[in-house]
Design a binder for this molecule. Structure first.
Ligand code: SAH
Ligand code: DHB
Ligand code: MG
Length: 223
C-alpha cells in the first residue's frame, strides 16, 4: 500500500494521456475556492467515464451526485459534437450553484439539466415526468442509499443502459461482513441485489490512484 506512489502514477498518466485542461482545472479551482470537498473523480477516472460515454454513443445521461460538476463535464463532453442531454441531481444548493457556474464557463449549460433536491425525491419526479430511459447512469451521491438509487436507475433504464456506481470498495472495507458503516452497508446491499437481479450483468473493479484505494461497479441492463 503506497498512496504516494499511486498519486505519482496518476500524475504521470495525467501528463501522458490527458494533458492540460483549463476548463476542468478552473472548475476544480472554483469548487475548492467555494469550500466544496475534493471528492470528485480523478482526471483518469473522469476520462474513463467520458470514454464509456463515447463507446456507448450515449445521448442521454443521468448522474446522481453533482458536487461542482467535474464528472458531469467529462460525461457531457463525451456526447459532443453529436449533442445530447445530461440530467444531474444534487442535494446541496451550494454545490449546485458552483456546478451551474462551472457548466456556464465550460459552454455546456445548454446540455446539462441540474435538479436540486434529495435524489430519492427527484428520481421519482423524473419517472413521473416520463423522463428516460437514459443510455448511461452514474451513481455517485451518498453511499448509504446506493441500492435505492440503483433501483431507480433500473426504472429509468432500457435494455443496454450502462450503470456505473462509484466508491464501492472503500479501502477494501466492503469485504468486511461485520461492518456497521452505513456506506459499506449500502454497497453490500447493492451486491446482494445484483446477486439475484436477472435484468443486470455487472462486475466491480478495484482502483488505486490519486483518490486512494476504491473502485466502481459497471453494469449493463440486459432485459
Ligand atoms: N460526481 C461528482 C462527485 C459527487 S460527490 C464528481 O465526481 O465530480 C457526492 C455529491 O452527492 C455531493 O455533492 C453531495 O452533496 C451529493 N449528495 C449527497 N446526498 C445526496 C442526496 N440524497 N441526493 C442528491 N445528492 C446528494
Ligand atoms: C466520498 C464520496 C465520493 O463520491 C468519492 O468519490 C469519494 C469520497 C465521500 O463521501 O467520502
Ligand atoms: Mg465518487
Amino acid at each position: 500500500m503506497d498512496p504516494e506512489l499511486w498519486a505519482e502514477v496518476d500524475r504521470y498518466i495525467g501528463g501522458a494521456l490527458i494533458g492540460e485542461d483549463p476548463v476542468l482545472e478552473v472548475a476544480l479551482r472554483a469548487s475548492t475556492d467555494a469550500g466544496l470537498p475534493a471528492i470528485n473523480v480523478s482526471p483518469a477516472q473522469g476520462k474513463f467515464l467520458h470514454l464509456l460515454t463515447r463507446i456507448h454513443a450515449a445521448r442521454t445521461i443521468l448522474e446522481i451526485g453533482t458536487l461542482g460538476g467535474y464528472s458531469t463535464i467529462w460525461l457531457a463532453r463525451g456526447m459532443l459534437p453529436a449533442g445530447g442531454k445530461v440530467v444531474t441531481l444534487e442535494l446541496d444548493p451550494r454545490h449546485a450553484a458552483v456546478a451551474r457556474a462551472n457548466f456556464e464557463r465550460a459552454g455546456l449549460a445548454k446540455m446539462i439539466e441540474l435538479r436540486v433536491g434529495a435524489a430519492l425525491e427527484t428520481l421519482p419526479q423524473l419517472a413521473r415526468e416520463g423522463r428516460g430511459p437514459f443510455d448511461l447512469i452514474f451513481i455517485d451521491a451518498d453511499k448509504a442509499s446506493i441500492p435505492e438509487y440503483f433501483t431507480w436507475a433500473l426504472k429509468l433504464s432500457r435494455r443496454g443502459t450502462v450503470i456505473i456506481v462509484d466508491n464501492v470498495i472503500r479501502k477494501g472495507a466492503v469485504a468486511d461482513a461485520a461492518s456497521t458503516d452505513p456506506s459499506i452497508l449500502g454497497v453490500r446491499r447493492l451486491n446482494a441485489m445484483l446477486a439475484t437481479e436477472a435484468r443486470v450483468s455487472a462486475t466491480t473493479l478495484q482502483t488505486v490512484g490519486s483518490k486512494g484505494y476504491d473502485g466502481f461497479t459497471l453494469a449493463v441492463v440486459t432485459s
